[in-house]
Design a binder for this molecule. Structure first.
Ligand code: NAP
Ligand code: ZN
Length: 347
């Protein structure tokens, strides 16, 4: 066991505080990672606020982890001390079910994967995330960060990158396809970059035109404000794919009406409340309403390699750890362009 410094929410909705946690001893197939940067995802806030389900407290959030390997177990074959690596939302899974065997560990049917935090590990102890100095992870759940990607801009790819890459690939975003990205936040800005790099024609649907210059610079071809009612009339029946990254509920029936025949609205945003959809909005053009949860480990590596090849990192603001609570408030207020990343050396 190693004692490491971390930031934890002691109880739901309480401010995060500096504390210490225990990391397990490095096992045969484990990698010890010195965490260098950890992104702040809106999911961290939903969970620290107990917005989705009752959580496990004290909670150390953080599932956008970038760091350097500092020790490996005797059975580790794929990583060595000094390697630049990342860890995302999962740290283990059964490895036996059909979904795990298909490389989609995020859909593990044996009780789900072991989430990086706010979960119980295979040792029966609570897992703790990336707002900490070090983490011990089974090698199969560690990915390699290509040299072309600095660790700070790579950290958010471990969630925001894979969560947008996976459905964009699954629904065939590419040349000739019109993709709308709803919400230009942490996920949304990566969705724009990745959809553009895949060759799709990209439209941002943001609440206002406040971030229009940034959106176009990131690779969007068009940018509309959803507060403008004309937007929905103008764009009706247009898109092959709508990637919804909004952390709150929306008028889903209105957004679905923007899809063309057989178009798909993929919801990766996970609002805390359940949502309403008028099925007649789907029915008229055989539209698809669906969702997607992060991506598998092999696909996460593929995404990192794709991002390195295309020069895609996240647009970040690096903060010291004592500003995490302020950053949570700023994310909730929509006052971040586009991801806050914690410099974990400051913990
Ligand atoms: P974020 O940085 O806060 O971005 C969310 C964006 O949604 C905001 O920038 C804003 O964009 C828009 N928005 C916020 N409130 C809104 C409202 N009331 N009405 C309309 N638009 C609103 O959050 P994030 O880190 O990207 O995460 C987004 C969501 O995805 C969260 O719910 C998170 O839990 C979820 N998530 C899901 C997965 C998955 O695997 N499915 C993975 C990671 C995160 P504009 O200002 O441009 O309108
Ligand atoms: Zn996330």
């Amino acid at each position: 066991m190693t004692t490491v410094a971390a930031y934890a929410a002691p109880t739901p909705k309480a401010p995060l505080e500096r504390t210490t946690i225990e990391r397990r001893a490095v096992g045969e197939h484990d990698v010890l990672i010195d965490i260098k940067f950890a992104g702040i995802c809106h999911s961290d806030i939903h969970q620290a606020h107990d917005g989705w389900r009752p959580g496990i407290f004290p909670m150390v959030p953080g599932h956008e982890i970038a760091g350097v390997v500092s020790e490996v177990g005797p059975g580790v074959t794929t990583f060595a001390v000094g390697d630049r690596v990342g860890v995302g939302c999962m740290v283990d899974s059964c490895g036996e079910c059909a979904n795990c065997k298909d490389g989609m560990e995020q859909y593990c049917t044996d009780g789900g994967p072991v989430w990086t935090y706010n979960a119980t590990g295979k040792d029966g102890l609570p897992t703790h995330g990336g707002y900490s100095e070090k983490i011990v992870v089974r090698q199969d759940f560690v990915v390699r960060i290509p040299d072309a990607l600095p660790l700070d801009v790579a950290a958010p790819l471990l969630c925001a990158g894979i969560t947008t890459y996976s459905p964009l690939k699954h629904w065939n975003a590419g040349p000739g396809k019109k993709v709308a990205v709803v919400g230009l936040g942490g996920l949304g800005h990566m969705g724009v970059k990745i959809a553009h790099a895949l060759g799709a024609e990209v439209t941002v649907l943001s609440q206002s035109l406040r971030k229009k210059d940034d959106g176009l610079r990131l690779g969007a071809d068009h940018y509309y404000a959803t507060a403008d009612e004309e937007t929905f009339g103008k764009l009706a029946g247009t898109f092959d794919i709508i990637l919804n990254t909004v952390s709150a509920g929306l008028d889903f029936s209105a957004y679905v009406s923007l899809l063309r025949r057989d178009g798909a609205m993929v919801n990766v945003g996970l609002p805390e409340e359940s949502v309403h959809l008028d099925l007649k909005a789907l029915n008229g053009r055989r539209r698809v309403m669906t969702s997607s949860n992060i991506g598998g480990i092999a696909e996460t590596q593929e995404m990192l390699d794709f991002c390195a090849e295309h020069g895609l990192g996240a647009e970040i603001e690096v903060i010291p750890a004592d500003r995490i609570n302020e950053a949570f408030e700023r994310v909730e207020a929509g006052d971040v362009r586009f991801r806050v990343v914690i410099d974990t050396a400051t913990i």
